[in-house]
Every structure is written in structure tokens, then in C-alpha cells.
Design a protein around this ligand. Structure first.
Ligand SMILES: NC(=O)c1ccc[n+]([C@@H]2O[C@H](COP(=O)([O-])OP(=O)(O)OC[C@H]3O[C@@H](n4cnc5c(N)ncnc54)[C@H](OP(=O)(O)O)[C@@H]3O)[C@@H](O)[C@H]2O)c1
Length: 219
């Protein structure tokens, strides 16, 4: 499975402010680029931190681009949430609509929360004891036919993906805002690396609006 990270950061590398509210870091041209990327993916993923902070629906994508790249009868991309304890609310926007939503969870998720999300239409994938075991969960997604997974954040999930060596490509829109704040989420949070830092290969730089998109691959 190809795993592709896409996110927008401020000029100082923040995904959001210390209040963890959604911030429009990029503009219309970048939103259109993201809609095209979603159209190329089988699934779009976020961590439960993003679900709780932003309640994203992740449904928007460029339909005509999808028809071009995937054919006229392709289904919309499905949705994936990493949520070890099933904290996603039953009325979360990721569970709206007809498309399938996978909640990757762990054995630590309380039974009543699992039942609640299944009743709300989620398909649960249990992998890991305390936290989602991402390599195992991704194997299960691959077995469901997901070949290209787009990950939109946040920083905790993105760090874990780099730590597990699961990222193949990464594109980052760097916008012209300065957000600041030591508690504000960045592109990769988690524990952080102290050595063996993953290195990326710069493939492309593109000016979009008042920022740039950096496209990296992971050798
Ligand atoms: N600018 C952008 O492009 C962008 C995009 C997305 C989000 N954001 C911002 O990012 C912030 C949210 O980011 P975040 O870092 O707090 O949350 P996140 O990365 O979306 O979610 C992190 C949570 O996912 C769960 N998780 C399950 N298994 C995991 C694993 N193996 N590794 C890591 N996490 C795992 C953990 O909670 P459990 O252990 O309870 O499961 C963890 O706390 C918000 O402020 C949002 O607005 C910005």
C-alpha cells in the first residue's frame, strides 16, 4: 500500500494554534490541489485528535479528476480514523453519508464504545493492545483493497507513521502565517526522534497562492 501524507503548515511549521482549532493556512488553489489528491486515493485518513478538534467530513474530492484517473464507475474514497479507544463520537462527520468509514482501534477500546461506533456505521479494525498497531492495521486495509492511502494529519499520527517507516510520499503546503506556540501541533509531534532521523528526498517545489508546496518522497 502506498502511504501519502499531505498537510498544510504555517511558515513556522505549525499545523494549528495552541487552541488546536482548524486554521485556514492555505487558500482556494491549495484546496483544489488537495481535492485532486483525495480523488487519487482509495482512502483518506486522520487521527482521532483531528476528529475531536476539527470534526472533518473528508468527503470533498475532485469528481472529474477521479473519473479521469480511476474511471467513471469508481467509488468515492473511504475514510479511516486511528482511534485506539474509540473516542470518535457517533455523530462525527466522518461517519456521515454512504461511504465506508474504517476505525482502526486497539484491544483497549471499551466494548460499549466499539458497539456505539459499529451501530453508527463504522467498520472496526482491531490491531494492537494499547494503541493502534499501524503496520498491522494497514495490512488489514490493504486486504480490503486499499492501495493508496492519503493521510491528512495530525502531528501525532504523522510522527508514528514516520517512526514505523510507513510513509512513501509527503507533500506539505508551507503558508505565509506565523502561528507560534510551544504547545501548537507541528507536522510531526509524538516523542520525536533523537537519532536516525528519517530523511526525505525533495522531488518538487511549487508556488501556490502565497506559499509553496514541497513534495518529498521517502527513499
Ligand atoms: N494543517 C493541517 O493540514 C492539519 C491537518 C490535520 C490536523 N490538523 C490539526 O492537528 C491537530 C490534531 O493533531 P493531533 O496530533 O492532536 O492529533 P492526530 O494526529 O489527528 O491524532 C492523534 C491521536 O490518534 C490516536 N492514535 C491511535 N493510534 C495511534 C498511533 N499509532 N500513533 C499516533 N496516534 C495514534 C491517538 O489517540 P488514542 O490513543 O486515544 O487513539 C492520538 O492521540 C488539530 O489542531 C488539527 O486542527 C491540521
Amino acid at each position: 500500500m502506498d502511504v501519502f501524507v499531505n498537510a498544510a503548515v504555517s511558515a513556522d511549521g505549525k499545523l494549528s494554534s495552541r487552541r488546536r482549532e482548524q486554521i485556514a493556512i492555505s487558500g482556494e488553489a491549495d484546496f483544489a490541489r488537495v481535492d485532486r489528491l483525495r480523488a487519487e486515493a482509495d482512502a483518506v485518513m486522520v487521527g482521532v485528535g483531528t476528529v475531536l478538534a476539527d470534526d472533518p467530513s473528508l468527503v470533498r474530492y475532485d469528481e472529474s479528476h477521479r473519473r479521469d484517473v480511476r474511471g467513471a464507475d469508481s467509488d468515492p474514497p473511504v475514510c479511516v480514523v486511528a482511534d485506539s479507544r474509540c473516542r470518535t463520537a457517533a455523530d462525527a462527520a466522518v461517519l456521515d453519508g454512504d461511504r465506508e468509514t474504517y476505525v482502526l482501534t486497539s484491544e483497549a477500546a471499551p466494548t460499549d464504545r466499539r458497539d456505539c461506533l459499529e451501530a453508527a456505521g463504522a467498520t472496526l479494525v482491531v490491531a494492537g493492545t494499547e494503541r493502534v498497531d499501524l503496520p498491522r492495521a494497514f495490512d488489514a486495509l490493504e486486504a480490503e483493497g486499499i492501495e493508496r492511502l492519503m493521510v491528512e494529519g495530525g502531528g501525532e499520527l504523522i510522527f508514528s507513521l514516520f517512526e514505523a517507516g510507513l510513509v512513501d510520499e509527503c507533500s506539505v503546503y508551507v503558508g505565509n502565517l506565523v502561528i507560534g506556540g510551544r504547545e501548537a501541533p507541528t507536522l510531526a509531534d509524538g516523542e520525536g526522534f533523537v537519532d536516525d532521523f528519517p530523511e526525505l528526498e525533495l522531488e518538487e517545489v511549487e508556488r501556490v497562492d502565497d506559499g509553496v508546496v514541497l513534495h518529498w518522497t521517502v527513499p
